[in-house]
Design a protein around this ligand. Structure first.
Ligand code: C5P
Length: 397
């Protein structure tokens, strides 16, 4: 999995830097190509000679070599890498990454890297718990960096708690999963998408302006990760085309429910991205209704709540993700839905956020999990939002 992969390890100043020797050893043993960047303070914890020897190449730490005038091209380093892992990521480096500070080679490379960036915080538990550190970590996640959470245990300070850098074996496993041909290989995913049309008469219907773009992006992201996707979509012009995706077109909520119920027992994940109409006309007129000068009253009746009904059937091997488009008090309503519909994660977008939700190419989401953890992301393309969602799912199983 890691053979031939170009991994750039960036080491900042924390006692956990000693673990990087093991990390580099594990990576080279898997035939990964490893280059190492160190900050000046990282060198207080582990020598460049150790990491140069283990990575079989020079360690980079300054933008240029004063003796020879040689310039270390941070852009080239960033472009060389298939993946950059900042480990350990100290509170200081995390704060600088968040604020675009560029006063060393590690930060210059981070700012110009085009590859996925993972960061593994390591610090004392109070530094980690501090509101500014938490805010910085949340900002980096929101920008699409991948957090490898610290572990709980005995810290260098003698205190016990969260803040230990993830163990090298665990870091390697996460990198392997990232490169694995399809993290969702062999998994089946049910995705509902788009609006539903609830007929009033032969030509008219009740619906909403869901475009199906978010559902399509999620389906493609899963398919690219090797999953088999059952894509149940209401009428839209956004259908994903991929050999791993089977498309089932439906019109009404009842039809969508019937298909989902039938396919549900075979799936590992269900993603409820459809904007299902809550109500349908009680009676549909087979003829086109004529106007006759009098008010027209259409009696509505409730549609099945697909997510709620399947939530009742969910086994502990199945994983549900719901969506909520809210206009006010988003957190409160989202958490209520998470519980009521038995979701594992709920993805929330707010009508107030410009560029988010129905019809847009972009979305701005916040995800809540069952442990009440909130992860917020910046406004970004729906394709990138889908990748963020997939990564969060893999960290919640
Ligand atoms: O209650 P609300 O409609 O806001 O809930 C949104 C979530 O429930 C979405 O994940 C949506 O796909 C799902 N849902 C559903 N069937 C309905 C209504 C909503 O699956 N009838």
């Amino acid at each position: 999995m890691l053979a031939g992969k170009k991994i750039l390890i960036a080491v900042s100043g924390s006692i956990a830097a000693y673990k990087v020797a093991f990390l580099v050893r594990l990576l080279t043993a898997r035939n990964a190509q490893v280059k190492v960047i160190m900050t000046e303070s990282a060198k207080d914890f582990i020598t460049p000679l150790t990491l140069a020897t283990l990575s079989e190449g020079p360690v980079y730490s300054s933008l240029f070599n004063n003796d020879t005038g040689e310039w270390h091209n941070h852009v080239k380093l960033g472009l060389w890498a298939d993946l950059m892992l900042i480990a350990p990521a100290s509170a200081n480096t995390i704060a600088k990454m968040t604020n675009g500070v560029c006063d060393n080679l590690l930060l210059a490379t981070y700012l110009s890297a085009k590859c996925p960036v993972f960061f593994a915080p390591a610090m004392d538990l109070d530094m980690l718990a501090h509101a500014s550190t938490q805010q910085n970590i949340a900002t980096l996640i929101a920008r699409g960096n991948y957090l490898i959470d610290s572990e709980s245990g005995l810290l260098a300070s003698g205190l016990v708690g969260p803040g230990r850098m993830a163990e090298p074996e665990n870091l390697v496993e996460i990198l392997e999963n990232h490169f694995k041909k399809g993290a969702f290989h062999g998994k089946k995913i049910l995705i509902t998408s788009g609006p539903t049309h609830e007929a009033i008469d032969a030509v008219r219907f009740i619906s909403n302006s869901s475009s199906g773009k978010m559902g399509k992006a999620i389906a493609l992201a899963f398919a690219k990760q090797g999953a088999e996707v059952i894509f149940v979509s209401g009428p839209t012009s956004n259908y994903p085309g991929h050999s791993q995706i089977s498309l089932i077109k439906v019109k009404t909520a009842d039809e969508m429910f019937a298909v989902c119920k039938q396919r549900y027992p075979e799936v590992d994940y269900a993603i409820f991205a459809a904007a299902v109409a809550d109500y349908k006309p009680q009676c549909m007129s087979a003829q086109k209704l004529k106007k006759n000068g009098a008010p027209l009253h259409i009696k509505l009746t409730e549609n099945p709540d697909i997510a709620f009904e399947l939530g009742k059937l969910k086994s502990n091997k199945q994983f549900h993700v719901g969506f909520a488009l809210e206009s006010n008090d988003a957190e409160h309503f989202a958490k209520e839905k998470l519980n009521k519909k038995n979701f594992d994660l709920i993805v929330v977008n707010c009508l107030e956020d410009a560029g988010a939700g129905f019809g847009h190419e972009t979305n701005k989401i916040t995800i809540y999990d069952r442990a009440n953890k909130k992860t917020s992301f910046e406004l970004k393309s729906k394709d990138k939002v889908a990748i963020d969602l997939l990564y969060l799912i893999t960290t919640h199983e």
